[in-house]
Design a protein around this ligand. Sequence first.
Ligand SMILES: [Zn+2]
Length: 283
Amino acid sequence: MRTTNITLPNGLVGPDGQIVREITIRQLTGEDEDLLRDKKNLREGGVINKLLKRAIVSIGEIEDKKEIARLFDTEMLSADLTTLLIRLRMFSIGERYSFRWKCSVCEGFTRHSVGLDALEVKEQSDEYRGVKLITKELEDDDGKPMTIEFSQLYASGTNRLEAINQQYASEKGTRELLLQLKRVNGASPHPQLLKSWSWGLRNRVRELMDSTIGGIDIELEMVCNNVNCGNLDVATMPIDLADFFFRTGGTSKHTMVKPYREYGTPQQSSLDNGDGLLRTSGD
Ligand SMILES: [Zn+2]
């Protein structure tokens, strides 16, 4: 069985209270493919977590399956999950990933391809490693000082994200912020409060929360290759299960895309083209 070691950008708190960042995973097998293709599993959701959990051979020195499952469920950060998923895909299937993308201007679908090994990894700052509740200060819409307390998003929270997409589609932004935001100026935040904030303030809060976490940057710059369009966009790399695991990319008819940082500042508005399955870490 082939295995490989991965260093998580953030890490998790192990049983002795130490930060564990080294994970060993094994290559995916035919049995894993069957699990992914089983429609029953797809309906139940959480199939990605199930797959990742199966593929982990050890977390640090821990090889006990039950303990691995416990740590995965309670301590693994969502951003590390994305890293793990991308590394597992690279190791088991390949580095070239081809996906379908919808242009925000002509609304046409085109196929693009990216080298997963080119995605930039940002390490979490040591001061935030393993910290469950982070306090930060910023200015509110009136320029007054404001204190927020927030937690990171954990792997277990990705199920909540999916539920939000279904139950609270009309106030998704607010509900997603509430998942992490525990206190504002010492009090529990109410949805109404977050709705009264300016969009700019909400973005500043998001940026502040994102600045405390590491992860793989999956923002991509893409040029629409439909005739007469040529729109330049920045979009979140969609992780669609069918594309990510069952289709290998890299033929000449694809447009190659790279993380946009390599090109400098994006020229046009950014677009979230993600499917909401996984939360990405920001920059
Ligand atoms: Zn287009």
